[in-house]
Design a protein around this ligand. Structure first.
Ligand code: MG
Length: 456
């Protein structure tokens, strides 16, 4: 288990648990880990504390002999694409806290293949960090720093993957909400170059997030929903703070959950390829499995976390993958979540096939209920063992926590990686059944937590 790195890098409140000392030493550890050969590309989202952390990270890297390429404020997937494409770049660092409130910031490491590092690699970096076994170099070998712009090659790569003529002919009107985040630097221009009429919301970079918090929830996207409906737009598009995830609004103003988009794209790609592998975490809706299998494809479930999905996709030769939060991964583009690529793909689908609400109406529908059940961190592991014993005769999957398959749907119980609780998910064909299943398993969880807490 990593101590500093979570599912998406090291995160914390600036100058409380995420400060320049941590950034400096972590960067020395990263640089020591890759060795002094080659360069490290560093980019940020639009947060106020970005420059402070970027200077510290750059200083740490140069002190152990790495050269630094400063990519400036850019979407995280643009950093990932740059690292993958530029051979002399051995590592990427994204300074971002994605959808967290403005007081947070974070540091995420990207491997030379453009995908987030594995947990084992992060453990190795942490080991160097905690032992302070940094390989400081002589004065004459200190690294150099220069700047580069990753946006053009990234944007062109996305444009290569869609049929621009068809999109142009459809004359689509798109309302785009960039959440004052890193998406401001790319998506308005990309969509315009694809021939859409683009109306932007919150498209000025501002790390105080004056428009709304940078998580694209229905609540946060009220203005986008309203504007999409009122102005007869064809699509509403929203990115999170670092523009790796994207959420869509249909032409009627309907908020489309991320797992619906995941299902729609999975269906399209498996149909086009006449089969293929799709990878998603166990927490995703069964609708993904339904459409993939109906189209002759195969679905593989993994533990929760986009880097886990991305790496499994590479191993299995998957064509597509992603998460229910709007993080979609296109294997023929790059193995990471990519908001701008997802936007381009959906825009192309609407241009070719018609209204987004109609496309969505053709997909299987389930109801998902999600709750948290308090559980002290020290009991989490023991509880999982007990759960596995309790339900050993049920049809199950233990890729992450314990997922149980029933006739009416499924239940997933997994320890939270960030909070002292278990997450309980239930998906069923209707709300009543889902609620009943939640109640039953919540009761069982509480009983087992009590038992583990007071062993007889
Ligand atoms: Mg993000």
């Amino acid at each position: 288990m990593t101590e500093l790195f979570g599912t998406n890098g090291v995160r914390g409140v600036v100058n409380e648990d995420m400060d320049s000392k941590l950034a400096l030493d972590l960067a020395k550890a990263m640089g020591t880990w890759i060795g002094a050969e080659g360069a490290v590309a560093v980019g940020t989202d639009t947060r106020i504390s970005n420059e402070m952390l970027k200077e510290a990270v750059s200083s740490g890297l140069m002190a152990v002999g790495c050269d630094v390429v400063d990519l400036g404020e850019v979407p995280t997937p643009a950093i990932q694409y740059y690292v993958k494409k530029k051979e002399y770049v051995r590592l990427g660092v994204a300074i971002t806290a994605s959808h967290n409130p403005p007081e947070f910031n974070g540091i995420k490491c990207i491997g030379e293949d453009g995908t987030e590092l594995t947990e084992e690699m992060e453990e190795e970096i942490e080991d160097i960090y905690f032992k302070e076994s940094f390989k400081m170099v002589d004065w004459s070998d200190v690294g150099k720093k220069r700047s580069d712009d990753p946006l053009d090659i990234y944007k062109e790569a996305i444009k290569d993957k869609v049929d621009i003529d068809t999109i142009k002919e459809a004359e689509l009107k798109v309302i785009l909400d960039c959440a004052n985040g890193a998406g401001c630097y790319l998506s308005p221009y990309l969509l315009e170059e694809l021939g859409c009429e683009v109306v932007t919301l919150n498209a000025q970079p501002d790390g105080t997030f004056p428009g709304h918090n940078s998580e694209p929830t229905k609540e946060n996207l009220k203005d986008l929903i309203e504007l999409t409906k009122k102005t007869d737009a064809d699509i509403g598009i929203a990115h999170d703070g670092d523009a790796d995830r994207t959420i869509f609004i249909d032409e009627k103003g309907g908020y489309i959950h991320g797992d619906r988009t995941l299902t729609l794209v999975a269906k399209k790609l498996v149909e086009e390829n006449e089969g293929g592998i799709v990878v998603t975490p166990v927490s995703s809706s069964s609708s993904v499995k339904d459409v993939v299998e109906a189209a002759g494809g195969e679905l593989i479930y993994t533990a929760v976390g986009s880097p886990i999905v991305a790496r499994r996709m590479m191993e299995e030769g998957a064509i597509f993958g992603g998460e229910e939060n709007g993080g979609l991964i296109f294997a023929d583009h790059q193995f990471c979540r990519d908001a701008a690529m997802t936007a381009a793909q959906i825009v192309e689908m609407v241009a070719k096939k018609g209204r987004l609400s109609d496309l969505m109406a053709g997909l299987p529908t389930y109801v998902l209920e999600k709750i948290g059940v308090p559980c002290p961190d020290e009991l989490k592991e023991e509880l999982l063992k007990e759960l596995k014993k309790e339900y050993k005769d049920e049809d199950h999957d233990d890729a992450d926590g314990l997922k149980l398959y029933y006739k009416e749907g499924w239940v997933l119980m997994r320890p939270s990686g960030t909070e002292p609780k278990y997450r309980l998910y239930c998906e069923a064909v209707d709300e009543k059944v889902a609620q009943r299943m939640v109640a039953e398993h919540q009761k069982k969880l509480r009983e087992l937590i009590d038992k583990a807490d007071k062993p007889s």
